[in-house]
Ligand binder design. Structure first.
Ligand code: ADP
Length: 276
């Protein structure tokens, strides 16, 4: 060897920069967690007295007779229920965001799930003078392994919105298999179609963000918190599903959700019953 070259590069600044970035990331994560825990605690603390207010207002409603008092108690009742809905949504949302919601899967009969949703939706639709129908396509497995409570929550939210934002016409829930099952996993599509007010093009992505409503007048006309769809979006992710929205102002909306579900076979079903 006649010569050698050694190159020194001062990477202190770069190392410092990366360390600062990492610190900022950890801090940001921590602050999100603290905020979620705070929201969850505060919501819980508000819920208890609020339930008392609503409970006693209900009792009072049965006692008062003069029209002015009935009107005022009615306002308290309405405002209390709205506030409770908001608190429940915030609580649920912060729990999901904080990773505190875990799916509890059991064999679920799809038809029974659809019937339970229909029972609620049909009633709401009749009250509004519109129609609700559920269509289950041939080829669906009888039982899927899923978290019935959370899947019901997703569908009630989306179907509930469809009924809420439809003044005339219909709401239709279609459940259909997509392709053939692979390793006992079947993709199933839930499509909720309405002939309602629709969503402006520039708001289609935004409505899945928390507290966003498509129009300024939505709360005034239809009520609501603007949290339902953000809860739906997070829950769909938890189910490893996908969510798509197509909508045309004044014509209606179509929410499409695809989920991979493990198919439960008849024989496995009997094993579960024996195990219980
Ligand atoms: P909200 O409590 O207001 O219903 P969501 O998060 O469930 O909150 O929905 C957000 C907004 O998306 C609603 O306020 C409404 O403007 C719009 N939206 C949701 N579903 C529909 C629908 N089926 N038709 C028209 N607009 C809808």
């Amino acid at each position: 060897i006649t010569s050698a070259i050694t190159v020194f590069r001062d990477i202190t600044e770069r190392a410092n920069y990366e360390a600062t970035l990492e610190k900022a990331r950890i801090l940001a994560e921590k602050s999100v967690r603290v905020k979620d825990i705070f929201l969850s605690n505060v919501s819980h603390e508000i819920r208890t007295p609020l339930n008392a207010i609503i409970g006693f207002t209900n009792l009072l409603m049965g006692e008062v007779t003069d029209p002015k008092s009935v009107e005022y108690v009615g306002y308290i009742q309405y405002a209390g229920k709205n506030l409770l809905e908001l608190i429940n949504d915030i609580l649920d949302f912060s729990k999901i965001e904080a990773g505190q919601v875990h799916l509890e899967k059991t064999p679920v009969p799809i038809r029974e799930l659809a019937d339970e949703i229909s029972a609620i939706m049909h009633h709401r639709a009749v009250e509004k003078g519109i129609t609700y129908e559920a269509v289950l396509t041939d080829g669906l497995p009888e039982y899927i392994e899923t978290d019935k409570l959370r899947l019901t929550q997703i569908l009630l939210n989306v179907c509930g919105n469809a009924v809420k934002f439809t003044e005339k016409g219909s709401v239709k829930l279609c459940i259909e298999p997509i392709g053939e099952p692979l390793n006992d996993v079947q993709n199933i599509r839930f499509e909720v179609k309405d002939t309602g007010v629709g969503i402006p093009k520039d708001k289609i992505k935004e409505v899945f963000n928390r507290f966003v409503q498509a129009t300024e007048s939505t709360t005034r006309v239809f009520g609501g918190t603007g949290l339902g769809l953000s809860i739906v979006k997070s829950l769909v992710q938890l189910f490893d599903g996908t969510l798509n929205l197509e909508s045309e102002l004044g014509k209606g909306s179509v929410f499409t959700m695809d989920f991979p579900f493990k198919v439960v076979k008849e024989a496995d079903l009997q094993d579960e019953v024996v195990e219980e």
